[in-house]
Design a protein around this ligand. Structure first.
Ligand code: NAP
Ligand code: SF4
Length: 673
C-alpha cells in the first residue's frame, strides 16, 4: 500500500491523520481479565498505553456491560455508576498521553451472561449458556436502552473518545435481531423492522446523550453462522439504518459464540472473512472495519488494497507484540512476534477466569512489571534451540548478557518444527522466524548441527539446559518394526495417501497427527470444509450443503483411559479438533489395554475385555513424552564451576507445552544475576 494513497472518506469525528498503515489498523476489543481485578485499571492503562506508544492509533477496550444483568459473569465489569468514571479515567489519560485514542466497548451478554440474573428478549436458554434468561419486560427493554446511553455518558466523562456497541457474536443485540431467539409479540419482536428497533434505539439514545463528536462504532454481526441467523438483506438494511441513526464506523462481527464453525482459531485462513465485509462495501457511506485472523502487515495491506474494507481490526496480535504497529510502520515485519491463533494463553485463560497473557509473549498482561536491570554481564551457554531455549537466549541477550546457543539439529525451533507441519499450525514458523531474528538482533552466537561439549561450557558462568523432550515409546511397541514409528519420525515425512493407520495416544499430539493424516481429503476451501455459504443466500451464512469430508486414510486413535478423547485440548479450540476428526471419519477406541505388536498391526483388549487383532499399515506412537537429557554433555560439565539451570520439557516432561516452555525460558532469563 502506498503511503500516499488517497483515503476517500473521513474517519469522523476522529481524524486519524494521514493514510498510513498505523492509521488503518485498530486494536480490537479483547477482555483480558484485568477489568475485574483489584487495581486492574492501572495495569490495563499500562497495557493499552504501551500499544498506543508504539503507534496504535485507535484502541477498543474489552467488553464492559451497561448494567449488572448484562455482565458476562458474577461481578463482571460494568460502566453504570459515577464511581466507575473515576476508576476508568486512568485508561484514556494514559492512552491520550501516548497520542492514541480509545473507545469503551459496551457489551450486554443477554442470555450468554453466566449468572442467574441474565435477561434476553425471550426466555430461551443458549446452547452454551448455564442459565435460562428472564424475558425482558417492555419497561425492562426501555431501561436497558437507557442504561446503554447512561454508560456511554459515563464513558465520555471518563475521557474515552467514543464507544463501540457490541452487536455481534450472539450477545443481547444479536438475540433481539434474530427470530429464533426473539419470540416477542410487542414492538420489539415480529418483523425485522421491529427486531432491529432495539439496536437502533440504543444508538439514538447514545447519540442524543453524548452529542455529535463522540465516536460510535457498531460491531455488526455480518455472518451469524447459526441456523435462522440474519439474512444478508437484513444485514445491509441494519447497516444502513445504523448509519442514519448516527453510527460513525461499522466493525465486522463473525459468528455467534454458539456457532460450530471456527472463526478465529489457527485453522481459519488469514483474513479469511474479509470477503464478508467486502460485500457490504458501497452499501453505506461510513467506514467499514474488517477483522478475524489478520496477524501480519502484508495481509492487511492486501485486504485494504483489494477493497475489502477501510480499516482492519486485530486483537490478539497486540497481545503477542505490543510494538506491532511500530514494526509494521518501520517495514521490519521480521521482528514482529506473530500471534499464532492458538488461544491457549489468552481466550483459554479467560475461560478459566485467569488473566490473559500470550503463549509467544509471556510479558503480555504484565506491563507494569519493571524490567530487571542486570548489574553485570553474565556469560551464558544455552543448550537446545527449541521454544524454551530460544525464549531464554533471546531475553538474556536483550537484557545485555553474552549468550551462546547450541542446537544439535540443523535448524532452530525444536518441537515447533514438528508443530508447523500440522495443517492450520503453519504460523508456528513465524515464531521460529521471530526468535531467530531476535537472536541475531541481540548478538546471540548460534551454533547449529552439533552437540554441546565441555569446551562450550568452559567459558560460561551459567549453563541453561533446554534439550526438551523425546517421544515416549511404550514398551509393548517396538519401533524397530517397519510399521511402528514415533510421531516425530512420522511427521518428518509426507503423510501417507491411503491405508489404515493406528494412532496410539489421544492427547494433543495424537489429535494433531490424526489431523495431519486425514487432511488431504478435506475440500480445498475453508468455507466448503465448514459449510459456509459464500453466496450469502442462506440465513446465517450456512450452506444448505452440509460439509462432506472424507479421508483416503483410515485413522483409528487409541487410548487406555476411558475419558473423552482429547479431554485436555484447549477450551476454545478442542471442539474444533473433535468435530474435524469426526467429520473425516476418524474412529476413537477408549479403555483399551495394549497386548503387543504383530507383524500386521497390534493386539489389544477392548473395553469389554475382548482380545482383538488390529490390522493396520502403520502405527504412530503419540504416547506422551519423556525428558531428553544430554548425558554426555552433563558428564562433561564441571558443576562446581558452572551454575546449571534446567528449563522446559527437560525439567518436567509431564504436561509440557509451548506456553510453559517459552514462559520458563523467559522467566529464568530475568532471574539470572
Ligand atoms: P498428552 O496430552 O499427555 O497425551 C498423551 C497420550 O498418550 C494420552 O492419550 C495417553 O493416554 C497416552 N499414553 C500415555 N502414556 C502411555 C503409554 N505408556 N502407553 C500408551 N499410551 C500412553 O501428551 P501429548 O499428546 O504428547 O501432548 C503434549 C503436550 O502438548 C500436552 O500438554 C498437550 O496438551 C500439548 N498439545 C496440545 C495441542 C492442542 O491443544 N491442540 C496439540 C499438541 C500438543 P492413555 O494413558 O489413556 O493411554
Ligand atoms: Fe495469539 Fe496464542 Fe498469544 Fe493468544 S496466546 S495472543 S492466540 S499467540
Amino acid at each position: 500500500m502506498s503511503q500516499n494513497t488517497p483515503y476517500p472518506r473521513l474517519f469522523t469525528p476522529i481524524d486519524l491523520g494521514p493514510f498510513t498503515l498505523a492509521n488503518r489498523v485498530i486494536m480490537g476489543s479483547m477482555h483480558v481479565g484485568l477489568e475485574e481485578e483489584r487495581g486492574g485499571m492501572k495495569k490495563l492503562a499500562a497495557f493499552y498505553a504501551e500499544r498506543a506508544a508504539a503507534g496504535t492509533a485507535l484502541i477498543v477496550t474489552g467488553g464492559i456491560a451497561p448494567n449488572m444483568a448484562g455482565a458476562l459473569g458474577p461481578f463482571g465489569a460494568t460502566m453504570s455508576r459515577r464511581w466507575h468514571v473515576k476508576q476508568h479515567r486512568v485508561i484514556p489519560e494514559a492512552v491520550h498521553a501516548e497520542g492514541g485514542r480509545i473507545l469503551l466497548q459496551l457489551l450486554h451478554g443477554g442470555r450468554y451472561s453466566h449468572h442467574p440474573f441474565c435477561v434476553a428478549p425471550s426466555a430461551l436458554q443458549a446452547p452454551i449458556g448455564r442459565f435460562k434468561p428472564r424475558a425482558l419486560t417492555r419497561r425492562g427493554v426501555q431501561r436497558t436502552i437507557r442504561d446503554y446511553a447512561h454508560s456511554a455518558t459515563l464513558a465520555q466523562q471518563a475521557g474515552y473518545d467514543g464507544v463501540e456497541i457490541m452487536g455481534s457474536e450472539g450477545y443481547l443485540i444479536n438475540q433481539f435481531l434474530v427470530q429464533s431467539t426473539n419470540l416477542r409479540r410487542d414492538e420489539w419482536g415480529g418483523t425485522f423492522e421491529r427486531r432491529m428497533a432495539f439496536p437502533l434505539a440504543i444508538v439514538r439514545a447514545i447519540r442524543s446523550a453524548v452529542g455529535e463528536d463522540f465516536l460510535i462504532m457498531f460491531r455488526l454481526s455480518m455472518l451469524d453462522l447459526v441456523a435462522d441467523g440474519s439474512s444478508w438483506e437484513e444485514v445491509v438494511q441494519l447497516a444502513q439504518a445504523l448509519e442514519h441513526a448516527g453510527v460513525h464506523v461499522i466493525n465486522t462481527g463473525i459468528g455467534w459464540h454458539e456457532a460450530r464453525i471456527p472463526t478465529i482459531a489457527s485453522m481459519v485462513p488469514h483474513g479469511g472473512f474479509a470477503w464478508v465485509t467486502q460485500r457490504l462495501m458501497g452499501h453505506v457511506g461510513i467506514p467499514l472495519v474488517t477483522t478475524n485472523r489478520f496477524n501480519m502487515p502484508d495481509q492487511i495491506e492486501h485486504a485494504l488494497e483489494s477493497g475489502c474494507a477501510d480499516l482492519v481490526s486485530m486483537a490478539r496480535p497486540f497481545l503477542a507484540d505490543s510494538q506491532w504497529v511500530a514494526k509494521a510502520q518501520q517495514r521490519t515485519p521480521e521482528h514482529i512476534n506473530t500471534c499464532i491463533g492458538c488461544n491457549q494463553a489468552c481466550l483459554d485463560h479467560i475461560f478459566q477466569r485467569k488473566t490473559a497473557t500470550c503463549l509467544v509473549n509471556p510479558r503480555a498482561g504484565h506491563e507494569t512489571d519493571v524490567d530487571p536491570q542486570p548489574t553485570r554481564q553474565i556469560r551464558v551457554l544455552v543448550v537446545g534451540g527449541g521454544p524454551a531455549g530460544l525464549s531464554c537466549a533471546a531475553e538474556l541477550a536483550r537484557l545485555g548478557h553474552k549468550v551462546r546457543l547450541i542446537e544439535e539439529a540443523a535448524e532452530l525451533g525444536g518441537q515447533f518444527n514438528l508443530a508447523r507441519r500440522i495443517p492450520g499450525k503453519e504460523d508456528f514458523s513465524e515464531t521460529i522466524r521471530y526468535f531467530t531474528h531476535q537472536l541475531k538482533k541481540f548478538g546471540v552466537e548460534v551454533v547449529l548441527g552439533r552437540r554441546a561439549d565441555e569446551r562450550d561450557a568452559a567459558g560460561c558462568e551459567v549453563v541453561v539446559l533446554a534439550t526438551g523432550v523425546r517421544p515416549r515409546i511404550p514398551a509393548l511397541f517396538d519401533p524397530r518394526l517397519p510399521h511402528v514409528q514415533a510421531y516425530d519420525e512420522a511427521l518428518k515425512q509426507p503423510p501417507p495417501t491411503e491405508g489404515v493407520v493406528a494412532v496410539i495416544g489421544a492427547g494433543g499430539i495424537g489429535f494433531d497427527v490424526a489431523d495431519w493424516l486425514t487432511h488431504q481429503g478435506d475440500p480445498h476451501s475453508f468455507e466448503s470444509a465448514w459449510g459456509i455459504d459464500r453466496e450469502l443466500k442462506e440465513r446465517g451464512g450456512l450452506s444448505p450443503n452440509r460439509p462432506h469430508r472424507t479421508s483416503p486414510v483410515q485413522v483409528h486413535v487409541f487410548q487406555r483411559g476411558t475419558e473423552k478423547p482429547g479431554q485436555n485440548l484447549g477450551k476454545t479450540t478442542g471442539w474444533i479438533h473433535r468435530v474435524t476428526l469426526r467429520q473425516r471419519g476418524v474412529q476413537f477406541h477408549t479403555g483399551v489395554e495394549y497386548l503387543g505388536t504383530t507383524s500386521a498391526g497390534f493386539r489389544y483388549r477392548d473395553q469389554d475385555g475382548n482380545e482383538r487383532d488390529f490390522k493396520c499399515d502403520r502405527i504412530i506412537l503419540c504416547a506422551g513424552q519423556t525428558s531428553n537429557p544430554a548425558p554426555e554433555f552433563l558428564n562433561s560439565v564441571a558443576f562446581d564451576r558452572q551454575r546449571v539451570e534446567y528449563i522446559g520439557g527437560l525439567k518436567e516432561a509431564r504436561g509440557i507445552d509451548a506456553q510453559r516452555a517459552i514462559r520458563e525460558g523467559w522467566e529464568l532469563a530475568r532471574q539470572l544475576r
